[in-house]
Design a protein around this ligand. Structure first.
Ligand code: PLP
Length: 394
């Protein structure tokens, strides 16, 4: 039985008529850039996320980049982020000339560790005129946690740390649209808790476009206005550029498609959670939870339905590579997110980190394996995956 990591064709089949009608409207209008479909999608996201402002952009990467550019983060600044995420989280920090500062992760959730973050601030930073300065004399201006695999970071901790040290809090919510977090002040959705939240609509994300697209949510109206200019080359009045931005616009076709798909997102998240539950129950039933580590659900008790949205179902084992080969030989597709921690990336050699600096991120890079999961995955396919993993460990 062939089990793909992700199959988007079934989802498209059920939505094809609706999506074609929406794209036909765009094609008939021949309005492709900054038109009514984007405005409509931004409004829908404002309602869905309960965020005051939404600014559609060209990708999740550009969402991060536009935020950093709009904030004028750059040379001499340092930005704290996780050592374990998709490359863009750190790449965008470096692209604006700032220095990424990595922090190790929690082994159970793969998200940035609040304890490790507090330890770094205590040991390596000092306050100068209300600003946090690190051992290299760089001003730490922002904190960028990434909500990995559909589970929010501990945002109570992130908010507290950002407040205490006057850091701008930017959420990389590319993998977590709709995920809920039980804040001390009430529940909130991923991306809406910090000063800005960045989403990706890369086709394989939980809400995927037909190409590249992304979005920023934020609370501050002036900042949203600045982002709207930033995505359009920093242009205010026609051909008058107040600052340097870029072409970071989401196009009308993507916005039209995303508006259709957004209406189904919560149903898909629930289906992903059901599929995750099936995996977890089956792994426990066959006694595999001692051989492999299963995903945890730290916010389950909150009663929030979207406490985890399972963008990925990630297990871990020291025998990961052999297990992956075993599954591949049985036509089961798996993925490694991510085989290298960020501080181990060749392009970040200049930052001077070495192996062993972030042991949990490094161990995750060696041990994690993402199993096939998507809303329409069949229980038969999942059972086959479980059986093949059981066979490997028998
Ligand atoms: C996908 C992703 C991005 C980048 O999004 P793109 O739309 O592919 O540019 C950034 N951060 C994380 C954590 C992601 O998973």
């Amino acid at each position: 039985m062939r089990v793909p990591l992700l199959d988007l064709t079934e989802q498209y089949r059920t939505l094809a008529a609706e999506i074609r009608a929406a794209t036909d409207q765009v094609l008939s209008s021949q309005r492709f850039i900054l038109g009514p479909k984007l405005a409509e999608f931004e409004k829908a996201i404002v309602e869905y996320c309960d965020a005051p402002q939404a600014v559609g952009v060209s990708s999740g990467t550009d969402a991060l980049l536009a935020v950093f550019m709009a904030l004028e983060i750059g040379l001499g600044d340092a930005v704290i982020t996780t050592a374990y995420s998709f490359f863009a989280t750190a790449g965008c920090i470096a692209r604006v000339g700032a220095t990424p500062v990595f922090i190790d992760i929690e082994p159970a959730t793969y998200n940035i560790s609040p304890q490790a973050l507090r330890r770094y601030i205590e040991k390596s930073c000092h306050e100068v005129e209300g600003k946090l300065v690190n051992e290299n004399g760089q001003t730490i201006v922002a904190l960028v946690p990434a909500h990995l695999f559909g589970l929010c970071c501990d945002m109570n901790e992130m908010v507290a740390i950002a407040r205490a040290h006057n850091l701008i809090l930017i959420e990389d919510a590319a993998q977590a649209i709709g995920a809920q977090f039980p804040l001390e002040t009430g529940s909130a959705k991923a991306g809406t808790i910090g000063d800005a939240g960045c989403f990706s609509f890369y086709p394989s994300k939980n809400l995927g476009a037909a190409g590249d697209a992304g979005l920023v949510v934020c609370r501050n109206e002036q900042f949203a206005e600045r982002l709207r200019r930033c995505r359009h080359h920093g242009m205010g009045a026609q051909y008058r550029h107040d600052f340097v931005g870029g072409n970071f616009r989401m196009d009308e076709l993507q916005a039209a498609i995303l508006s259709v798909k957004l209406r189904y997102l919560d149903g898909w998240s629930a289906a992903r959670r059901e599929a995750a539950k099936f995996y977890t129950d089956e792994f426990q039933r066959v006694g595999l939870e001692k051989k492999i580590e299963l995903p945890v659900e730290p916010y389950r008790q909150s009663g929030l339905s979207n406490h985890h949205i399972y963008h990925q179902y990630v297990i871990r084992s020291p025998r990961r590579d052999d297990l992956r080969e075993h599954l591949a030989a049985r036509e089961i597709e798996t993925a490694i997110y991510y085989p290298l921690a960020l501080h181990e990336q060749p392009c970040f050699e200049y930052l001077g980190y070495k192996s062993g600096d972030f042991p949990e991120a490094e161990r995750a890079a060696r041990e994690t394996l993402a199993l096939p999961i998507y809303p329409e995955i069949s229980r038969e396919a999942q059972q086959y995956v479980v059986n093949c993993i059981a066979e490997f460990f028998s």
